[in-house]
Write a protein of this length. Structure first.
Length: 249
């Protein structure tokens, strides 16, 4: 994405924070555990980087971890505070993390690393990590191995420019050992209406001019209502959670 497109898409998150919190999926516990298992030290204190409304934070808190969130968007931070009132949420970015050196055991980011300037973000991640700590990126992706899900992807005609890190692989950085990758099956309970609302929170849809955005969402809703898999009302949207982790050298 060029800089203007990137900025426009980033700007959609604040106004849609409540819908993001309502409609985006969580992350499976086994994926989070695998991410943290890359550390060679006990993991107690975790940074949720570009935490958004706290979808990943919820899973970390459930595992009994001490979480600090960093999120640059004030609208998302406000929604985060409503969702997780006991968790500190700091104003900051991946390229400038407002934490001391060697202050956390793990740095995780959910649905976030494609927004970072990785050449600047990874040295910052290394700086705040203790030796033997782990950095991990998690993405919930629709499971395109399922025929109707692949067809839905074509119906909405999604494009996002250059491959994102979960598609092309994470580049190597000297501060970290090579990245490992794992995939976890996941699902999100949806209806035709709520899945359409989920897609409306995607930045590529939110940035469209309103007539075009409405046409895309109408097309998505019509497709979903035509599918026998969804005829019963509620259904499980098949997802694959992609996790990439690397240990700090």
């Amino acid at each position: 994405m060029d800089d203007d497109t990137l900025a426009a898409r980033r700007a959609t998150f604040g106004p849609n924070a409540a819908a993001y919190a309502q409609h985006r999926p969580d992350y499976p516990a086994e994926a989070i555990r695998w991410a943290l298992a890359g550390a060679t030290r006990p993991v107690r204190q975790v940074l949720d980087l570009a935490a958004g409304t706290g979808k990943l934070t919820g899973g970390l808190v459930t595992l009994g971890l001490e979480v600090t969130a960093v999120e640059p968007n004030p609208g998302m931070r406000a929604e985060f505070a409503r969702q997780h009132p006991g968790v500190p949420a700091l104003d900051g970015t991946a390229e400038r993390i407002p934490l001391p050196d060697a202050s956390v055991d793990a740095v995780l980011g959910g649905q976030a690393f494609h927004w970072f300037d990785l050449a600047r973000a990874f040295p910052e991640c290394a700086r705040v990590l203790r030796p033997g700590g782990v950095v991990a990126a998690l993405w919930n992706t629709e499971d395109l191995r399922v025929e109707w899900v692949a067809e839905l992807n074509r119906v909405r005609q999604e494009t996002h420019g250059d491959p994102w890190p979960h598609e092309s692989g994470m580049p190597d950085f000297g501060e970290f050992e090579p990245f490992e990758v794992a995939h976890f099956d996941h699902a999100h309970r949806r209806t035709a209406e709520s899945l359409t609302a989920t897609i409306a929170t995607y930045s590529h849809a939110a940035v469209l001019p309103e007539p075009e955005r409405k046409a895309v969402l109408d097309r998505v809703r019509g497709f979903l209502e035509s599918r026998p898999e969804i005829a019963g009302g509620e259904f499980d949207l098949p997802l694959r959670t992609v996790v990439q982790r690397a240990r700090r050298r």
